[in-house]
Design a protein around this ligand. Structure first.
Ligand code: HEM
Length: 224
């Protein structure tokens, strides 16, 4: 039994997942008016447009790829004709695109936060921790795509499934390279931190905006 491995890949994940769930409930109950993205668009638009657009497209596609590629067992992909090598190749190219965008976008957002006077003046330590956390997690993920070339479909992927099905198999993580382990542990730490940051806005995506009826604004005669 490897104690450090069990701490990192059984105890820590469940601790962070518990903080994630309980933390969101606590934040929602105690700070419902602070539950937002803390938009800074009215202070600076141009850099935000590039940084936030590149980052959001990148991170949303990356999260989708992680969910689809790691949570669905390889035998399901095999059944539809996508073998392990093809799956890995798809992950590699989409990882370059989506992971690269998430990393580049988070770096742009961090640069904006430290270089624009108005943004810097209104930033909280929490905003820096969030962005630096995202730069580290996406940076390590992108590093693994570009330089890692480790086959995750019989190690990291079944380990994640073992965690979410409450049948943990930490031994699957023993032979995984360090850069992958640090990526996973830092992503879990960010997951645990997220309920106490602006990242709560992820759960309030305005999906009802699309099917809702237009709102017509008309000036009253007195305004003209
Ligand atoms: C569910 C879909 C999402 C929507 C609709 C959304 C929407 C938004 C909006 C409206 C802002 C404010 C931008 C501004 O300052 O005006 C924002 C900022 C931000 N979002 Fe999201 N977001 C989503 C998902 C995510 C995800 C998955 C992450 C990261 C895991 C994320 C991380 C951030 C960060 C770090 C900022 C702050 C950027 C900055 O000001 O430096 N968002 N988001």
């Amino acid at each position: 039994m490897n104690i450090a491995n069990n701490l990192a890949f059984v105890v820590f994940p469940y601790l962070m997942l518990t903080v994630f769930v309980v933390g969101h409930i606590y934040r929602y109950v105690t700070d419902s008016l602070g539950w937002n993205a803390r938009s800074s668009e009215f202070l600076e638009k141009k850099q935000l447009f590039y940084g936030a657009t590149i980052f959001h497209w990148g991170i949303l596609l990356t999260l989708l790829g992680h969910a689809g590629g790691l949570l669905i067992p390889q035998k399901v992909f095999d059944a539809v004709g996508i073998n392990g090598d093809t799956h890995t190749m798809i992950a590699y190219y989409t990882g370059w695109l989506a992971g690269g965008a998430a990393f580049a976008g988070s770096v742009l957002l961090l640069i904006r936060r430290v270089t624009r006077r108005r943004i810097k003046a209104t930033s909280l330590v929490n905003d820096y921790v969030t962005l630096i956390g995202l730069v580290i997690v996406t940076g390590l993920g992108f590093y693994n795509v570009v330089f890692g070339h480790f086959y995750v479909l019989d190690s990291v992927a079944p380990w994640i499934r073992s965690i979410v099905t409450f049948l943990p198999k930490p031994e699957l993580m023993l032979g995984v390279p360090l850069s992958y382990k640090v990526h996973i542990v830092s992503a879990l730490a960010l997951l645990g931190f997220s309920p106490f940051s602006r990242l709560v806005h992820i759960w309030s995506a305005p999906f009802t905006y699309f099917p809702r009826r237009w709102i017509l604004f008309r000036r009253s005669v007195a305004d003209l």
